[in-house]
Design a protein around this ligand. Sequence first.
Ligand code: B1M
Length: 232
Amino acid sequence: MSDAGDLDLNTLNDEELTQQVHDDLYDGLKEEVEAAVHILLGRGWTPYKVLTEALVEGMRIVGIDFRDGILFVPEVLLAANSMKAGMLILKPLLAETGAPRVGKMVIGTVKGDIHDIGKNLVGMMMEGAGFEVIDLGINNPVENYLAAIEEHQPDILGMSALLTTTMPYMKVVIDTLKEKGVRDDYVVLVGGAPLNEEFAKAIGADSYCRDAAVAVETAKSYMARKHNQLNA
Ligand code: B1M
């Protein structure tokens, strides 16, 4: 999209630099993305603002051109790696709120699906909000979720799917929880670009989370309800 060349990122104003991050993400220029994240943080941007306005927005643009056949898997992989590098810088900052532990969540991307950027982001934001997060990674069969909830006894089970072909697998997991009689022991939150409220309802999830911020708010409200019930 752009020629980063010998451009000194420090000379750009905030708006230009944000635009440059979008371009550098698009071009898979990991080091430039990392440098820009540091500069924006140095200018007083909150980690959340850097995450949403620079990184997530840049990835949204990549997604459009991937959909339209302008970008292909190898290029998108480079973009994804650059995004992850930026997220790595933000991760400790998002997590260091000092919030008391408010609950525990197991999260993983479902079987057949290797997209993990959104899931990672949700995990980071949940940690920042005081949740303990057990991340199962990608491509999880139902057995992985079952083993993890048995081992960790979380309050929340989170599932992510980015493909229309993998999102139905969430129902497999929820149905299995029902068969085992443990469905109501956990709050099941689902997310991922192709999902919506109706889908979440249809598969028997507790809530659909449009993005990481919504996931945090939703999780917090379920935890508040749980504590109120326990104290009633
Ligand atoms: Co893929 N891919 N991809 N891809 N990819 C999409 C999803 C696609 C929409 C692109 C497109 O055509 N426009 C399309 C799916 C179409 C469909 O299903 N109808 C697609 C396709 C087709 C494919 C392949 C099949 C391509 C191929 O091989 N021919 C292949 C599938 C591989 C597989 O999984 N088996 C594939 C591969 C890849 C890469 C490996 C190259 C790479 C993934 C790298 C990685 O994740 N490590 C990749 C990427 C990067 C994308 C796009 C461009 C970006 C996804 C992303 O990271 N977004 C994506 C286009 C798009 O989504 N518009 C696309 C940024 C991220 C922050 O957003 O993940 O939505 P998102 O997460 C959000 C919310 O959704 C929500 O919160 C997050 C943060 O705000 N959320 C949750 C997500 N999970 C949650 C869980 C929760 C709560 C909220 O639990 C509580």
